[in-house]
Design a protein around this ligand. Sequence first.
Ligand code: CTP
Length: 404
Amino acid sequence: MLRGKKIIVGVTGGIAAYKSAMLVRLLIKAGAEVQVLMTPAAHEFITPLTLATLSKRPVHTLFHDSGNGTWNNHVDLGLWADLMIIAPATADTLAKMANGICDNLLLAVYLSARCPVSAAPAMDLDMYRHPSTQRNLAQLRADGVHLIPPGNGELASGLHGEGRMAEPEEILAHTEATLSVKQRLKGRKILVTAGPTYEPIDPVRFIGNHSSGKMGLALAETLAGQGARVILVCGPTSLQVHHPNIQRVDVMTAKEMYTACTKVFGTCHAAILSAAVADYRPAHASKSKIKKDKSRPFTQIELEETADILAELGRRKKSGQVLAGFALETDNEIEHAKAKLKKKNLDFIVLNSLREKGAGFAVDTNRITIIGKNNKTINFEVKAKTAVAVDIADYLAGLMEKKS
Ligand code: CTP
């Protein structure tokens, strides 16, 4: 799939630059055209001759090549590329990228590039952990740079920890994934709910559930990666999303989630509700902390039903809108999921069973069955939640293409 793809490999001044030679070799072997750019500091770690020989092209470092005086037009280079990979990306280069500084050719090309940009950070663990580096990485994620996470292991300094540049094979796999992402959902606005809800008993305690939000957040990232504008209404979770196409609305309770979803659903082309919403909440949340009181023991909580957000959106759904829900079942799974599909007026439902190994709360994998309006079921293998998200996004995109 990399055959004929034009890829800029940006090499900056870190010890991991020796791995760039292997990366260039792998990309060339896969059929890509590779243009290597180096920062002046990178010359301290690997020779331009090595990279020029492997890439079969002259390597550029300066805005003009000494000797023949040819101008290396950064704008042309930025427009030429289908992808720019900066590997290794040192703390210094990441900081400059995050702040729009362009005091060398590589950085000027980064600012000019219209193609996706990936960066593979490489540095010592304390530099990687430093709040300023983490701030710069967060900024770059928000700017849409695909960060290829560093590995954990022995570092050139002799220390052990996070910061080692991803291996060339991993960067190659990441490159293939970045270039294969289809923009099937461009121009679509999609509502996604994720995570649990917390229903207060008093200011300290709540009724919640084990949902981590992993599946919903993976879904939001995948839909955004395929070009959709995503409104992510998210219950309490410590997880982060990074895609600039995602607008995150944090909520706590089922009621807050209901308000946030009903406010935006009318403007959306589709909604996928994956949140584990509480079906019941304490009817009277105490304003002050409930004390242990022997004369008036607190042994019962009166509950009331919460509004079913998915069912309400099903009632409001207009023709052309696609609505999907999740079903988490422990028995008679298919039968229960089909009943929910019909009752809540859904276009499809994603069933996951708590009985399956590798599926359910807090694990990184899931095994789903998608049931469509015609009751047609598709069974999927156990996969990483990120891969499950791609299956769901593909199903949704197919449905939306059929409807429009
Ligand atoms: N859901 C919702 N609002 C609620 C309860 C559930 O939007 N108050 C949504 C969930 O996000 C999920 C779907 O409904 O997409 C199914 O949730 P689930 O708890 O499996 O089903 P319920 O309809 O609540 O039925 P039950 O708990 O009896 O299985």
